[in-house]
Design a protein around this ligand. Sequence first.
Ligand code: AMP
Ligand code: ZN
Length: 494
Amino acid sequence: MGLRLYNTLSGKVEEFHPLDGNRVRMYACGPTVYDYGHIGNFRTFIAVDLLYRFLRQSGYDVRYVMNITDVDDKIIRNSARDGVTVQQYTAKFTQAFLEDSATLNIEQPVLVRATEHIPAMADFIAELVKKGFTYRTDDGSYYFRIAQFPGYGKLSKKDFAGMTDGARVDVDEYEKDSARDFALWKAPKPGEASWDTSIGPGRPGWHIECSVMSMEQFGPSFDLHAGGEDLIFPHHENEIAQSEALSGKPFVRHWFHARFLLVEGQKMSKSLGNFFTIRDLVLRGHKPSSIRWLLTQVPYRNQLNFTFDGLKSAASSVEKLRNFRFRLTSTQFPAGATPPMAQLADETIAQMKSALDDDLNTAEAQAAMFDMLRKANTALDAGQVRQDDVKSLLGALDKFDEIFGVLKDDDQPKMKAILDWARAEGREKEISPELTEIASSAQLGDEQVNRKLAEMEAARKARNFKSSDALRAELTAAGIIVENTKDGVRWRRK
Ligand code: AMP
Ligand code: ZN
């Protein structure tokens, strides 16, 4: 059986079938680049990343597009406050978003920027004007008349009967329960960024961006549209209204929404002091791989409660996976295969697939992998593993990591980069001793560590303990932990 996904539009879990054979066209609402992204944003981006990775692993040819909202009310307000242009203001946070995504090992989508599509947005609005779905106010703003679009409310399942025709709103986000005609185009205000276009001067509303950019990429109808659950209304409801009003065709087949993340049981907010960016967590000494793992543990439709205890246990799960891989790759095994191990690997692959096919049940896929780890470790302890078993087990592990993306041990250089960034930004005070310690180990690359370890072993075998102790101390100072196991000496980074 193939992938089954919950579709917000139908309110049901459905079999996923793309409109065009094997091709999947998928669009996700990206960040509004007015600040550093927080863990809630990345909860959603990682959920979509997993979907993207799993679709590809399932054999689909996926084109994944994400927008960067680089003009909106907040951006205009903040850039004016800082006395810089919208472009200067957003360039910094767009860059930060790309860096944070790379830090979390998120695969990069095709990125499209709102400010690069303004003429197309004006043309789109002009078409809606022709079709009679809009009205223009005296100042030169354009609004979408929702009473004109009978399907309004079909995504958010709100009943807008009895709504006041002509009540309108010109902010991008508005009260969850009020249906309002929304701004497609906002007339210029003094001191605000504005563009001269075919429909007059001004700037686009937020919702029109995504309709225009997704349809430009994919045409009037496409397969998947994703975002956090807060986008269902009004953003996605409005996208559907604009797009279907224009094309007369169904806009998106399948709507994917990630549930909002909580922090220590509460809604994240700056005033509660529970608001964290990715950088905040790294400054406290947490590894990017632990953050990524934590954000994948709970299936996307369940509420994820972010806690620091959870982050610690995420670190230990990643550690277990990496240690297991190390154990398989650093030991010599006798030739051949044993039926139980090959079967274990195959079963694990099948279990992971059926878990992910089941509306991306990440928790179950991870449980299947840890089950394999436990059984394989027992077999390893008993000396029952052979060379070809190792290949099978590593095969399952690699397949798992194609989705979860935590096995590559590149936390240290990433953490070092964030430490350097904090210094450059004058935020030294936030750098924890833990981060300083971990980041210092990035000064030794894997090759260098391996070489020093080999020297250390040679010195020890030659009974030159002074020299081997000195090398060990040098490694320890660089944050490398050397362990003597019964499979031999190995190392890991702190
Ligand atoms: P924004 O930058 O505010 O436009 O948001 C970018 C993405 O993050 C959108 O898909 C939001 O739905 C999502 N998002 C924002 N806050 C949270 C949260 N607490 N939990 C999950 N997703 C969120
Ligand atoms: Zn959007």
